[in-house]
Design a protein around this ligand. Structure first.
Ligand code: SF4
Ligand code: SF4
Length: 444
C-alpha cells in the first residue's frame, strides 16, 4: 500500500498503513503505525483498500478499518496528527521514571557485557542516596506517581541501598497519594527468597532475570567472577520468585547459543517457572559491545526470531511486543532519568556510567538545562525527510535516540524489516492463542 493518502469518497487510505503477507500465506497483515492496530485481511480486500475502492467494501469492514485508522477522513493531515500525538506521548507522560544503579560492579563476568570487564567498584554513598531520593521526589511532583527501576551492574550487591531508597520513595508516594511501581533487573544470583519477600513488601513486584540457555550453555556465558556457574542458583531462586513476583526471563541470543534457546524454554516450562500464568519469556539479540565477536546480524536474528515464534507461537509464557505509538523511551520523556552510583543523570541505560554522556547530577540543582541534555531533545524525526516520508514514523519516531546520536542519523534498525517479522510472529501467536492451543501471559 503506498504511503500518502488516496482519497475515495469520504475516506482515504492512511499513509501509515504497512502491509506484509502472513507467514503461512493465509492473508495479508495490515498494521497502522499511528494506532498500533493490526488486522488480517484476504488479498482481495487488501487490493480494494490499496486501490482506494472503498465503496466496494462491506460496511462492517469499513467500520473496522476506520476504527484502526487504516482509513481516514480525506482532509486529515496525518503528519500533523502524528506530530501532536508524538508530543503528547513524549511530554505528557503522567508517570515519573527513575532508574537507579546503586553500583556498576557485578558478581558475574559475562563476555558480552555492554558495561565492559572493568566496571567501577564504587557504590552509592549516604549523601548520594539522600540526594537521589530528593531528586526523585522533586521530579515526581505534579505527576501521578513514581516508577522506580533497579539496574546495575548487579543492583543486589547493594541490597541495603535498594531497600533504603525504595522504602523512602514508596513511603513518600503513599503519603502524597501518588502511585508507586517498583521493578528490578538482576542476574538473579542474589535474588534469594528472603530478598524477594523484602522487595515485594516494599512494592518491587516485577523482576527481569537473564538465562542464556540450558545449564551447560548458560554457565559458559554467564559465570560468576570466580568462573563458577550460576544456572543452578538462579533457577533455584526463580522457583520461589515466580510465586511472589511478576518475572520476565530474558534470553540474550547470539551465534553461540541460538540453537539452545529451545532447550532452555522447554526446561523452564517443565520446571513450572515459565508459563501457567507465571514468568514470561522473551529473547533479545546480543549487541556488539566491546568487540564481542559472536553477535548475529540483524537479518539472522530476525530469521531466528520469526521462525522461533512460528513454532512456539502460543507456547507457554511467550512474551511478544508489537511496536506501539503509545510508548516512548526515557530519552524522550522529561520526567525520566537513570542515575549512576555517583548520582550522575543519564537519558539512556546503554550509556549509564559513561560520565562524558551524563546530562546532570542529583548533587546539582536538578533544574536540568544542560547543553548535554539539549542534545537529546534536538533529535527530531519531524525534521528529517526520510522519517517524514516513512510509513513507520508514528511508531518509530526516528528509532533509538542513543544510536541516532552515535551514528548522526535516525536509527532504522528496528524499522520495517523488524516490523515485518514481528507482525508475522504476532499474528501466528495470536491465532494460536485464539484457537485455544496455548497460553499467553503477556502480549500487546
Ligand atoms: S550480569 Fe549483567 S552487568 Fe553483570 S557482567 Fe553479566 S551482563 Fe554485565
Ligand atoms: S528512523 Fe527509519 S524506520 Fe524510523 S521513522 Fe525514520 S526512516 Fe522510518
Amino acid at each position: 500500500m503506498p504511503a500518502g493518502s488516496q482519497e475515495n469518497g469520504n475516506l482515504a487510505v492512511s499513509r501509515y498503513n504497512h502491509v506484509v503477507e502472513a507467514r503461512d500465506g493465509s492473508g495479508l497483515l495490515v498494521f497502522n503505525s499511528s494506532t498500533g492496530a493490526m488486522i488480517k485481511v484476504d488479498p482481495g480486500i487488501a487490493e480494494l483498500i490499496a486501490k482506494g475502492a472503498i465503496q466496494s467494501l462491506e460496511h462492517s469492514v469499513v467500520e473496522q478499518l476506520c476504527a484502526g485508522r487504516f482509513l481516514v477522513p480525506p482532509d486529515l493531515d496525518e503528519r500533523l496528527l502524528a506530530f501532536s500525538e508524538t508530543m503528547a506521548v513524549w511530554y505528557g507522560s503522567p508517570v515519573t521514571q527513575v532508574v537507579v544503579a546503586p553500583t556498576m560492579e557485578c558478581n558475574f563476568s559475562c563476555a558480552y557485557c555492554f558495561q565492559g570487564p572493568n566496571k567501577s567498584v564504587r557504590s552509592m554513598d549516604s549523601d548520594t542516596i539522600c540526594r537521589t531520593v530528593e531528586f526523585a521526589k522533586t521530579l515526581a511532583r505534579g505527576t501521578s506517581g513514581i516508577s522506580l527501576d533497579w539496574f546495575g551492574g548487579e543492583p543486589l550487591l547493594e541490597v541495603d541501598t535498594v531497600f533504603s531508597i525504595t522504602s523512602s520513595l514508596r513511603e513518600w508516594a503513599n503519603s502524597n497519594r501518588l502511585g508507586f511501581w517498583g521493578s528490578i533487573s538482576t542476574n538473579g544470583f542474589l535474588l534469594t527468597p528472603a530478598t524477594v519477600d523484602r522487595l515485594v513488601s516494599l512494592g518491587v513486584t516485577n523482576a527481569t532475570i537473564t538465562l542464556d540457555g540450558p545449564q551447560h550453555m548458560h554457565d559458559e556465558r554467564r559465570m560468576l567472577k570466580s568462573g563458577d556457574g550460576s544456572f543452578a542458583e538462579i533457577t533455584g531462586n526463580l522457583r520461589y520468585a515466580v510465586m511472589h513476583m511478576r518475572i520476565a526471563v530474558r534470553s540474550n541470543v547470539d551465534q553461540v547459543n541460538v540453537s539452545s534457546i529451545d532447550d532452555l524454554h522447554s526446561y523452564l516450562v517443565q520446571q513450572n517457572i515459565v508459563g501457567s500464568g507465571r514468568a514470561a519469556f522473551y529473547t533479545t539479540p546480543v549487541d556488539r559491545f566491546n568487540d564481542y565477536p559472536h553477535c548475529m546480524s540483524d537479518a539472522a536474528f530476525l530469521e531466528f526470531f520469526e521462525g522461533w515464534h512460528a513454532t512456539h507461537g502460543a507456547a507457554a509464557g511467550m512474551w511478544l511486543e508489537v511496536p506501539t505509538p503509545a510508548r516512548a523511551c526515557m530519552a524522550r520523556r522529561p520526567k525520566a532519568y537513570a542515575i549512576d552510583p555517583d548520582g550522575r543523570l543519564y537519558k539512556c541505560l546503554e550509556v549509564l556510567g559513561r560520565e562524558e554522556l551524563s546530562v546532570g547530577s542529583v548533587h546539582a540543582n536538578p533544574s536540568i538545562s544542560s547543553v548535554s541534555l539539549q542534545r537529546w531533545s534536538m533529535l527530531n524525526p519531524f525534521d528529517r525527510p526520510e522519517c517524514m516520508d516513512c510509513s513507520f514514523l508514528p511508531s518509530c519516531r526516528g528509532g533509538c535516540p542513543s544510536r541516532w546520536m552515535q551514528n548522526g542519523k535516525p536509527d532504522c534498525r528496528w524499522g520495517p524489516a523488524y516490523l515485518n517479522s514481528v507482525l508475522r510472529a504476532f499474528n501466528n501467536h495470536y491465532e494460536e492463542v485464539a484457537a485455544g492451543s496455548g497460553q499467553c501471559d503477556k502480549s500487546t
